[in-house]
Design a protein around this ligand. Structure first.
Ligand SMILES: NC(=O)c1ccc[n+]([C@@H]2O[C@H](COP(=O)([O-])OP(=O)(O)OC[C@H]3O[C@@H](n4cnc5c(N)ncnc54)[C@H](OP(=O)(O)O)[C@@H]3O)[C@@H](O)[C@H]2O)c1
Length: 217
């Protein structure tokens, strides 16, 4: 079983879901997140706290488990699709937040390996893309991929809360804004785990942008 779980929105259902899965599956690969601490006693809130609780449930399920803990998904930038299709500017928050964004194909490639090979039980794999980019640089890379300049316009976090996340649950919005503020001060690290597990270099964000250019046109 490869488990992607809609954290926060379905926490209440997690114990029953895990019990049902354990009746049918022998091995589980859980898609967690990079900031989850190795120490289970370390308290975390928001999305990361939710993943930490899910990891505990998976550990207690009796199945052979592996945690994939990816950095930010390159696909998060699809949130900019409407703005980029409509113009040449991304109005967003914390432009200096620096991420080691990962291509979904690399998460998939690792997941397949871990599911079909022996020897990954009990492993917690920190997966990232091959380099760090600020959000400003990500917008520029998308511009290069679609063949016209895209610029980044910084929004104050409170403006972003109202303009971009109106109606979204406060816990979720706080989690996103706080995480990005932190990544201005502490860029996401880069690991070589994707290459070690798959034998191929992790795909760059520029490659991701080329693969998704039609989404932004
Ligand atoms: N995005 C990141 O940078 C990142 C990084 C590390 C880990 N992760 C983790 O990876 C997982 C997926 O993240 P994502 O960013 O791809 O999330 P997402 O864009 O919100 O996608 C979540 C998926 O879950 C489905 N879903 C949501 N609520 C559901 C419910 N109540 N019942 C059944 N399905 C439901 C959604 O279906 P619909 O499309 O039909 O709504 C969607 O396919 C999450 O656990 C996230 O925490 C994400």
């Amino acid at each position: 079983m490869f488990l992607v779980f809609p954290t926060l929105r379905a926490d209440h259902a997690a114990p029953a879901v895990m019990k049902k899965i354990a009746e049918h599956a022998r091995r589980i690969v859980y898609l967690s997140a990079a900031s989850v601490a190795d120490n289970p006693d370390e308290h975390a809130e928001g999305i990361i706290g939710s993943h930490a609780r899910m990891e505990r449930l998976v550990e207690q399920s009796g199945m052979e488990w592996t945690f994939l803990r990816p950095s930010g998904f390159a696909a998060n930038t699809l949130m900019w699709v409407d703005q980029i299709r409509a113009g040449d500017v991304v109005r967003w928050f914390h432009g200096a937040a620096t991420r080691s964004l990962i291509h979904e194909h690399d998460i998939g490639a690792v997941a397949v390996r871990v599911l079909i090979e022996e020897g990954h039980g009990g492993a917690m794999y920190h997966l990232t893309g091959p380099s760090q980019l600020t959000q400003v640089e990500q917008a520029h890379a998308i511009g290069e991929a679609i063949g016209r300049p895209v610029r980044f316009e910084e929004l104050a976090p409170e403006v972003a809360r109202q303009e971009l996340f109106a109606g979204a649950p406060a816990t979720l919005v706080n989690s996103i804004l706080n995480a990005h503020a932190k990544m201005v001060r502490e860029p996401e690290p880069v690991t070589s785990t994707v290459e070690e597990l798959t034998g191929a270099a992790a795909r760059t964000f520029h490659q991701w942008a080329l693969d998704h250019a039609s989404d932004f046109r």
